[in-house]
Design a protein around this ligand. Structure first.
Ligand SMILES: [Zn+2]
Ligand SMILES: [Zn+2]
Length: 341
């Protein structure tokens, strides 16, 4: 397929400083074993706020100028490969953010999501806040057309939640979710879909607590009172917040399970003897999605309607309104924010 345009609009991290630029740039050419997609929707991630603000983490991971954005759905317009592939022109595809190398030990044992030489889409290479994007074929996911198109752009955070909840094995259990950002909210929907007995969410913001109740949490609170709530079989630590982590450790029952997902911005001290030894807590961590097992599970949840991602999409903007969208993201008065080029 040929594209007549040669330029496209994109959100660029242009300088090693806070902020972004909205500019005309050349439409990228797909390199060997890559596809070119016309972006249909993208969604803003917490990571994109760090990139916007130019935190030390962002400064260590991004080399400006670069197009940002990693959560997306797009239509394939060009495929550059000599290898066999199930991807066809016109397919609606999404990208797995963790671009693996296929050469390291973790890739050899199929832990592609924690590849030793991992590159991140929209972080270590150009991303999807643009009219067009290139994606390596090996991290291109062909979407089931039965899934609502808007929801396709939010599968990356939903996938994180699916991986977290799967590791926790929540069926019949009492589950506490610390932090109700989009991934925490998704984790609640997934935990209910996977048969959790009770799902309680903790968040400071009333907006997020209200949204959680709308999408199926059993109870929400900003103050977890032990007398009222008791202890929990499973704690999903989605906040990455020092106080949240401490509350989670205390709220877990003896020999309970904690799944760590939220990334703290500071060193965290925990009383190792009290929690790890005397209380026999087990802590597992999740970084990303199992490739492609999690995506397959995510598809099942979306196709069956057990999880409807449109319930957590609270704002929609044109790509050109990126600054407005970022303001909403930073306010915290939102669920998922979706962009359309
Ligand atoms: Zn993300
Ligand atoms: Zn690797």
């Amino acid at each position: 397929m040929s594209i007549k345009q040669t330029k496209m609009r994109a959100v660029l991290k242009e300088k090693a400083a806070p902020g972004v630029s909205f500019k005309q740039v050349p439409i990228p050419k797909p390199q060997k074993d890559e596809v070119l997609v016309k972006v249909v929707h993208s969604s803003i991630c917490g990571t994109d706020i760090s990139i916007y603000d130019w935190t030390p983490w962002a400064a260590g991971h991004i080399k400006p100028p670069q197009i940002i954005g990693h959560e997306m759905v797009g239509k394939v317009v060009e495929i550059n490969t000599k290898s066999k592939t199930n991807i066809k022109i016109g397919d609606l595809v999404s990208s797995e953010t963790h671009i693996f190398c296929l050469n390291c030990y973790q890739c050899e044992i199929k832990n592609y999501h924690i590849c030793e030489n991992m590159k991140l889409f929209g972080i270590g290479r150009n991303g999807a806040f643009a009219e067009y994007a290139t994606i390596p074929l090996r991290t291109t996911w062909k979407n089931d057309p039965k899934i609502p198109v808007e929801a396709m752009s939010v599968q990356e955070p939903l996938g994180n939640a699916v991986n977290v909840v799967t590791k926790a094995n929540v069926k019949g259990k009492k589950v506490l979710i610390m932090g109700l950002g989009p991934t925490g909210l998704c984790a609640g929907m997934v935990a209910k879909a996977y048969g959790a007995k009770e799902v309680v969410g903790v968040n400071r913001r009333e907006f997020r607590r209200k949204l959680a109740m709308k999408i199926g949490f059993d109870r929400v609170t900003d103050k977890l009172d032990k007398k009222e709530y008791g202890t929990f079989d499973v704690v999903l630590e989605m906040s990455g917040n020092r106080l949240g982590i401490q509350i989670g450790l205390d709220a877990a029952r003896i020999a309970g399970k904690i799944i760590a997902f939220g990334i703290p911005k500071e060193n965290i001290n925990i009383d190792w003897g009290k929690y790890m030894i005397n209380k026999e807590l087990s802590i597992e961590s999740v970084f990303g999605r199992m490739i492609w097992e999690t995506w397959k599970d995510t598809t099942k949840l979306l196709v069956s309607g057990k999880v409807d991602l449109r319930k957590i999409i609270t704002h929609r903007f044109k790509l050109s309104e990126f600054e407005k969208a970022m303001k909403v993201m930073k306010s915290g008065e939102c669920g998922k924010v979706v962009l359309t080029p």
